[in-house]
Design a protein around this ligand. Structure first.
Ligand code: NAI
Ligand code: MG
Length: 371
């Protein structure tokens, strides 16, 4: 079976770190002759604006629709920011997400190597066993509701439809099943909403509970008001271990806080999926959490780990190769916890090391090969 992958390298460090992730994919193809990937490339962001005046073309969107997965580099940069009235490169990502209806954004919060704990914004004994996944509803709520902007007032309609909440709840449940606790039961799902003040929040809670009672009665579902979840996340984040199921607005904030727990932008992956993981392969968009880092592009300094871990998520959810995903994550862990011939850590500058983008990518790929 041939899997179809669309690679959109993006701008600035996007293509630099995409190239490193693809090295590990090549290893997998070499080691596993039955595993075949057909890769095609397209433009997105500033690269696309320069060529076509669009941040993404219909042709690329169609290619995305007919692919099994999209590996996306980060987009944007100052050269496209100052044109008044122009479309921004980031619009390309929004259009891609909307066209594919990539409704659940998944961001894991845990350390990909224990040696990274000192990068955390929090004390290492508080964060060391942190292991939760934020599932953010990605296509509804206040960000997509009808907007009005007048002279003296403005509004955003914070609206949720039953089906939007249901499908997101199913993603959260599916991930809880993959994160079993010590006694082999599924992880807890934390429902983070504001049912105390928002009508849409009460609806979110009701629909979520309906879905879990009907379809996932073996999974423990607990409510946590979104603001208090934010507090717990910085005081005792391990209390939230499991899956955090939340709406678009709260998910935006909670997933950024969870990024602060891990500390270094250069190692945070994400997935936006278009279906329920675990029910066979789902289409998804896989990208680093960080932006295109124009300040360091072209210098070989960019950390490729976030993009490589995004590839691991792609293997897990879209290519249904969870074992290979585990092995790639293991290769990342080994790379970050090991030293080169001179006793230096194999890390880029953002993690306090002096390795180049390429050295880190090559080391991960070679660790992946050994396994
Ligand atoms: P940024 O995430 O690109 O950079 C913030 C800081 O982190 C910079 O100092 C950068 O050098 C560093 N950094 C980020 N990724 C790194 C990596 N892999 N290795 C080493 N250092 C890294 O955010 P910024 O500077 O606010 O935005 C730059 C551009 O990226 C803007 O045009 C912004 O709109 C765009 N952007 C795009 C996103 C996307 O493609 N999904 C997400 C966020 C921003
Ligand atoms: Mg955000």
């Amino acid at each position: 079976e041939i899997r179809k992958l669309l690679v959109l390298p993006g701008d600035h460090i996007g293509p630099e770190i995409i190239a490193e992730a693809l090295k590990s994919l090549t290893v997998l193809e070499e080691e596993r002759p039955d595993f075949k990937v057909q890769i095609s490339y397209g433009l997105i962001g500033g690269a696309s604006l320069d060529k076509t005046n669009e941040p993404i073309t219909d042709e690329v969107l169609d290619a995305a629709l007919s692919s099994d997965a999209i590996l996306l580099g980060s987009v944007g940069g100052p050269e496209w920011a100052h044109v008044p009235g122009a479309i921004s490169p980031e619009k390309g990502i929004l259009r891609l997400r909307q066209r594919l209806d990539a409704f659940a954004n998944i961001r894991p919060c845990r350390f990909c190597a224990s040696s990274l704990m000192d990068q955390s914004a929090l004390k290492s004994d508080v964060v060391k066993d942190v292991n939760f996944i934020v599932v953010r509803e990605n296509c509804g709520g206040a960000y997509f509701g009808t907007k009005t902007e007048g002279e003296d007032e403005a509004s955003d309609l914070w609206i949720y439809r039953r089906a939007e909440i249901e499908r997101c709840a199913r993603v959260s449940a599916a991930l809880a099943r993959t994160m079993v606790k010590d006694d082999k039961s599924p992880a807890i799902v934390w429902n983070a909403d504001k049912a105390n003040v928002l009508a849409s929040g009460r609806f979110w809670r009701t629909v979520t509970h309906d879905v879990f009672e009907r379809e996932f009665s073996d999974i423990e579902l607990r409510d946590q008001l979104a603001d208090s979840a934010a507090m717990i996340m910085v005081k005792a984040p391990t209390k939230l271990n499991g899956v955090i199921h939340t709406d678009n607005t709260f998910g935006d904030i909670l997933s950024d806080i969870s990024g602060g727990i891990v500390g270094s932008l250069g190692v945070l992956p994400s997935a936006s999926v278009c279906g329920i993981p675990g029910e066979g392969p789902v289409k998804g968009i896989y990208e680093a959490v960080h932006g295109s880092a124009p300040d360091i592009s072209g210098r070989g300094e960019a950390n490729p780990i976030a993009q490589i871990l995004s590839l691991a998520m792609l293997l897990r959810y879209s290519f249904s190769t969870p074992r290979e995903a585990d092995l790639l994550e293991e290769a990342v862990r080994k790379t970050l916890d090991s030293h080169d011939n001179n006793g230096l850590e194999i890390r880029t500058k953002d993690l306090g090391g002096s390795s180049s983008t390429r050295e880190v990518g090559d080391t991960v790929a070679s660790q992946f090969r050994i396994l």
